[in-house]
Design a protein around this ligand. Structure first.
Ligand SMILES: [Mg+2]
Length: 310
């Protein structure tokens, strides 16, 4: 684990020549929620000038691929729409490959996720009402109102989640033939404010897992399905040592890169701090190969090494 700025010119040249594809996390690397990170678009553009393929990645399904692409464009990132990856396209690909085309899906997730699934041709089961009469009788009657055609349950960030819909998920998942998929498993998230946590969707995945004794199949970063999707779509990982993952989270990005045996660059513009590096509390294999303050530094280093050749 080295500060990228301490490398000699020769070492930097070797580093920048050591990868062809960059898997770049979005939140905390390119921007923090709505605030762009200064220098990030320059860095992506200089990596592209060096011939690197850039694939951007987020676990956030509250935003559509179109919305991400638009926001990237507005922030001066020249990224193809097909190079924006979230658990949504991974889920669609998984459902298609596993023949869920004519089967019903029950979704605990945002309208954005549901719309993307519908647009991809999937039929969604109805969710329960937003409010019910607060009696056990009413709850019992709604909970037993199952749709027999449901073949899969998907749990992701659902900002309007409620007891009835969680129970519906529990009811469907008691049938072993019903597939159980999930998006991000974070139990805590930060929304741009360090040291202030918000409730992550992983807690709800756990509720369903604990209640039904089943394990959800992950579609987000750190999951086998996400890795397979990246491999199929971008031939990423044919030679994993020639992929660089840039991320701001140790527990998500660095772990995912370690699992896929990609090279790891940690930026300190999002979740992680210098003190996380100094008081390392994770297994050794998750340590980044290099770290930098932000992508701005990456841009400056590329200019320093390749300036006249770019
Ligand atoms: Mg991030």
């Amino acid at each position: 684990m080295r500060d990228l700025t301490t490398l000699t010119i020769h070492e930097l040249e070797n580093f920048f020549n050591s990868f062809d594809q960059v898997l770049c996390d979005i939140d905390g690397v390119l921007w923090n929620i709505v605030q762009n990170i200064p220098g990030a678009s320059d860095a992506i553009s200089s990596l592209q000038k060096l011939g690197k393929q850039i694939i951007t990645l987020s676990n956030n399904t509250t935003k559509s691929i179109d919305a991400y692409h638009k926001q990237l464009k507005e922030a001066n990132f020249d990224i193809e729409k097909s190079n924006v990856v979230t658990p949504t396209p991974v889920t669609i690909s998984y459902l298609r490959k596993n023949n869920f085309a004519n089967k019903k899906i029950f979704v605990l997730g945002t309208t954005v996720l549901k719309d993307a699934l519908k647009e991809a041709g999937f039929v969604l089961a109805d969710n329960g009402p937003d409010r019910i009469e607060e009696t056990c009788h009413q709850f019992a009657s709604l909970s037993s109102d199952d749709d027999d055609d449901v073949a899969a349950v998907i749990v992701d960030l659902d900002l309007n989640i409620n007891y009835v819909n969680l129970q519906k998920g529990v009811s469907y998942l008691q049938k072993p033939e019903v597939e159980f998929l999930c998006g991000a498993r974070d139990e805590k998230n930060t929304f741009g404010k360090k040291n202030h946590f918000v409730l992550g969707p992983g807690n709800f995945v756990k509720i369903l897992e604990n209640t039904t004794g089943r394990d959800a199949i992950g579609m987000a970063k750190r999951s086998r399905c996400m890795n397979e999707y990246l491999m199929e779509k971008f031939q990423m990982g044919k030679d994993p040592s020639r992929v660089l993952l840039i991320g701001d989270s140790i527990s998500e990005d660095m772990v995912f890169a370690a699992q896929c045996t990609y090279q790891k660059l940690l930026v300190l513009s999002g979740l992680s701090t210098v003190s996380d590096l100094e008081k390392w509390a994770f297994p050794e294999e998750y340590k980044p190969d290099f770290y930098v303050e932000s992508l701005k530094t990456v841009h400056e280093l590329i200019e320093k090494v390749f300036g006249t050749k770019l």
